[in-house]
Design a protein around this ligand. Structure first.
Ligand code: ADP
Length: 483
C-alpha cells in the first residue's frame, strides 16, 4: 500500500503545549498512524514554548505580510513527531496560554491568530512548501477550522482530501461579522451555507461545512451531536452532513500510561500482580492528608473544573459518598466557584476528602494508580481520556452514560457481571440522584472483593491503545481518497 502523506493542523500538541485532550490525541496519533502507512506532518503555532523545545530550521519564508506581520515556517522534530512550526511573532510570541493570557482573558486577536494558522495550512496543502505534497489535510477543532474554507476557495490543480476532527463541540470559534472582512475569504463564504452563524461567523462551522469528512472522538458523541440537546446549535449543520460525520474513539499513550513502568508511582503493578496497588493507595492518602484506611473505598477525580464535567453534582452527592464510608481525592482546576467549593469540603472533612487545585501531570498518574474508583460524572463528554487511563491502571471507572464514556466502559449490570465482562459503572441520566445510586453501587461492588477484582482485571485487559483508532483513521483516509 502506498504511504499516505497527511498534513495535521492543530493549536496544541502534547508534550509541547496542552490545555486538554486535543493535545494528547494530536501528540499520539502520528506514531500510531505511521504503523498504518500514514506519515503525518503537524503544523502548530510557534508559541514560545514550542520554539524553545523544537530545534527547527527555516524551510519557507511566508511572502508579504501574514495578517500584519512577518512570518516564516520552520521544520523540526520532537521525539518521533515531524513538525512544521508557524513562526509569526506578532501572533504567537507571548507569555501565557495558547488562547488566553495569564489571567485567563482570551487574546483579543484570537480570530486573526487562528485564521493565520489556517491560511498557512491551506497554502501548504496546496503545495506551497517545496517537496511536500500532502494527500490529505486533517485539521482539529475550531482553531484549525478555517483551513477548510481557505482550501475550498483556493485555486490550483491540487485537491487534497480534507478531514475535520471535533474534540469538543462546545468550543466553536465564534466571532462578530466584522471579523469576516479581515479573513481574505470571498464574500460567498459569508452565508448560511458557509461560515456565517447567527449573524456572526464560526470557525468550527467552516470545518463542519467544507471538510470532506467530519469525525468526532467517539461514536456515541457523533450520534448525540445530531440532536438539539447535544448539538450546541450546530446539530442542523451536522445532520445535513449525514454519513460524512462519524466517530472514532480515542486511545491513550500506553507507554506514558503504563503501570508496570510508571516512574511516578510508589509501587508499580500490572494485571497479573495487582497487590502493589495497595501501596499506591496509601501513598495517595498520605499525599492528600487522608486517613490511611486500606478498607475505605477511595474515589479519585482528575478533571477540569467546569460545568461540562458535572462535578457540582459530585458536591451534592458527597453526603452519600461519606455515608458509604468512602474517601475522595480530587485533582483539578478551572472555575473559581468549584475550586472554592472543593477546597471547602476538603477542609471540613480533612481525613476523608483531599483536594489539589492545579494541573499536575505526575499527580494525575498517582491518582489513577491509588484510587479504587475514578469518577467522571460529565454532563457531556466527546471522548474522555481519564476513564481510559483508569481502565489501564485498575481504577474502576464510574462514569456518566454519555459520549465516549458510554463507549469505553462496560457497566457492571447483572448481564455483564454474569458474562464476566464488566469494566466499570455507568449511570444516567446525569443527575445528582443517579450519581448517588452509582456511588452506592460502586461501594457495594467494592465490598465483594472477588467481583471487584474481576472488574479491575477486565478493565486492565481492555485495549485502550491507539492501535485500533489509528486503523480506523487510516481506513477513513483511504476510503475518502479512493472516492
Ligand atoms: P478535556 O479534554 O475535556 O479536559 P479529557 O478527559 O479528554 O478532558 O482529557 C483531559 C486530560 O487532561 C487527561 O489526560 C487528564 O489526565 C488531564 N488532566 C485534566 N486535569 C488535570 C490536572 N488537574 N492535572 C493533571 N492532568 C489533568
Amino acid at each position: 500500500m502506498k504511504a499516505l502523506q497527511v498534513l495535521a493542523v492543530t493549536s496544541e500538541m502534547f508534550p509541547l503545549v496542552k490545555t486538554g485532550g486535543l493535545a494528547d490525541v494530536v501528540g499520539a496519533l502520528p506514531e500510531a498512524l505511521l504503523r498504518e502507512g500514514v506519515r503525518v506532518r503537524t503544523l502548530i503555532p510557534g508559541y514560545p514554548t514550542v520554539l524553545a523545545a523544537v530545534p527547527a530550521t527555516k524551510v519557507m519564508r511566508i511572502g508579504g505580510s501574514l495578517f500584519g506581520g512577518q512570518a516564516q515556517l520552520l521544520s523540526g522534530r520532537v521525539g518521533t513527531a515531524n513538525l512544521l512550526v508557524l513562526d509569526a511573532p506578532h501572533l504567537f510570541a507571548r507569555s501565557g496560554g495558547p488562547y488566553a493570557d495569564h489571567r485567563g482573558r482570551a487574546w483579543p486577536d484570537n480570530a486573526i491568530r487562528f485564521a493565520a494558522l489556517s491560511k498557512v495550512a491551506a497554502d501548504i496543502a496546496m503545495g506551497a512548501l517545496p517537496g511536500f505534497a500532502p494527500d490529505l489535510v486533517h485539521a482539529h477543532d475550531w482553531q484549525a477550522g478555517l483551513t477548510f474554507a481557505y482550501l475550498r476557495f483556493s485555486s490550483g490543480a491540487r485537491r487534497p482530501g480534507t478531514v475535520m476532527t471535533i474534540h469538543n463541540l462546545a468550543f466553536q470559534g465564534q466571532f462578530p461579522a466584522e471579523t469576516f472582512a479581515h479573513l481574505g475569504l470571498p464574500h460567498e463564504a459569508f452565508a448560511i451555507d458557509g461560515i456565517e452563524y447567527h449573524g456572526g461567523i464560526s470557525y468550527l462551522k467552516a470545518g463542519l461545512h467544507y471538510a470532506d469528512r467530519v469525525t468526532t472522538v467517539s461514536p456515541s458523541y457523533a450520534a448525540e451531536i445530531r440532536t438539539a440537546e447535544a448539538g450546541m446549535g450546530l446539530d442542523g449543520v451536522i445532520r445535513a452532513r449525514g454519513a460524512d460525520v462519524s466517530g472514532i474513539l480515542n486511545g491513550i499513550d500506553t507507554e506514558a500510561w503504563n503501570p508496570e513502568t510508571d516512574p511516578f508511582l510508589a509501587a508499580t503493578f500490572d494485571a497479573a500482580r495487582i497487590d502493589p496497588r495497595a501501596a499506591d493507595k496509601v501513598d495517595l492518602q498520605v499525599r492528600f492528608g487522608l486517613d490511611q484506611d486500606a478498607r475505605s473505598p477511595l474515589f479519585g477525580v482528575v478533571s477540569r473544573l467546569t460545568w461540562q464535567k458535572g462535578l457540582d453534582l459530585l458536591l451534592e452527592a458527597l453526603p452519600t459518598l461519606l455515608g458509604a464510608g468512602a474517601q475522595l481525592v480530587l485533582l483539578g482546576s478551572g472555575d473559581a466557584e468549584l475550586e472554592g467549593a472543593f477546597r471547602a469540603v476538603a477542609s471540613a472533612y480533612p481525613e476523608r476528602i483531599g483536594c489539589m487545585i492545579g494541573y499536575d501531570e505526575e499527580m494525575s498518574h498517582r491518582v489513577q494508580a491509588g484510587s479504587d474508583a475514578l469518577l467522571a460524572p460529565s454532563r457531556f463528554e466527546p471522548c474522555g481520556l481519564t476513564q481510559l487511563c483508569a481502565l489501564r491502571y485498575g481504577a474502576v471507572p464510574v462514569v456518566a452514560r454519555v459520549g465516549g464514556l458510554s463507549d469505553s466502559v462496560i457497566d457492571a449490570n447483572p448481564a455483564a457481571l454474569g458474562a464476566g465482562v464488566a469494566t466499570g459503572i455507568q449511570f444516567g441520566p446525569v443527575t445528582t440522584e443517579m450519581l448517588r445510586v452509582a456511588i452506592e453501587r460502586t461501594v457495594a461492588l467494592y465490598n465483594q472483593p472477588s467481583v471487584w477484582r474481576r472488574i479491575q482485571a477486565n478493565g486492565m485487559a481492555a485495549d485502550v491503545s491507539w492501535r485500533d483508532p489509528a486503523r480506523r483513521y487510516a481506513a477513513l483516509f483511504r476510503d475518502l481518497l479512493s472516492k
